[in-house]
Design a binder for this molecule. Structure first.
Ligand code: FES
Length: 149
């Protein structure tokens, strides 16, 4: 099935930014969509509360890759609090929109970023409000979410 993708989606799909891994990352988050089988992994470098580097690896559709790329661009260099406030809708809007049937793909990007921040908090003994990550590890209509130990 062909979708009408915006130029920005095509650009970030064909030339994705921030692809790769970070050695010894401060936080890692991995999520998957059980229905389509796509997987997204986000790596964070955190220095004094700022995301100084963000990388991703996505095994997924064009929308998943484009939203991963845009999401990492939007949070790189930003404080953690700003990254936590990132929504899949904001990522989709920054790409000038996604076809409605592909909006669920952008949820992976939001959730992978949140998982990586949660992992950073958990592995660095930082206390946080569990409500920030409510629902991340439960199955919802986007599929199963998974997280690395
Ligand atoms: Fe699986 Fe897009 S179809 S994330």
């Amino acid at each position: 099935m062909a979708f009408a993708y915006t130029e920005k989606v095509m650009d970030h799909f064909i030339n994705p930014r921030n692809v790769g891994e970070i050695d010894n990352p401060d936080g890692v988050g991995e999520v998957g969509n059980a229905k389509c089988g796509d997987i997204m992994k986000v790596f964070l470098r955190v220095e004094e509360g700022i995301l100084t580097d963000v990388k991703f690896k996505t095994f997924g559709c064009a929308s998943a890759i484009a939203t991963s790329s845009m999401a990492t661009e939007m949070i790189k260099g930003k404080p953690i609090a700003e990254a936590l406030a990132l929504t899949n809708k904001a990522v989709a809007e920054a790409l000038d929109g996604l076809p409605p049937v592909k909006m669920h793909c952008s949820v992976l990007a939001e959730d992978a970023v949140k998982m990586a921040i949660k992992n950073y908090y958990d592995t660095h003994g930082i206390n946080y409000d569990a409500a920030l990550f409510a629902g991340l590890e439960e199955e919802d209509d986007h599929g199963d979410l998974i997280m690395e130990d």
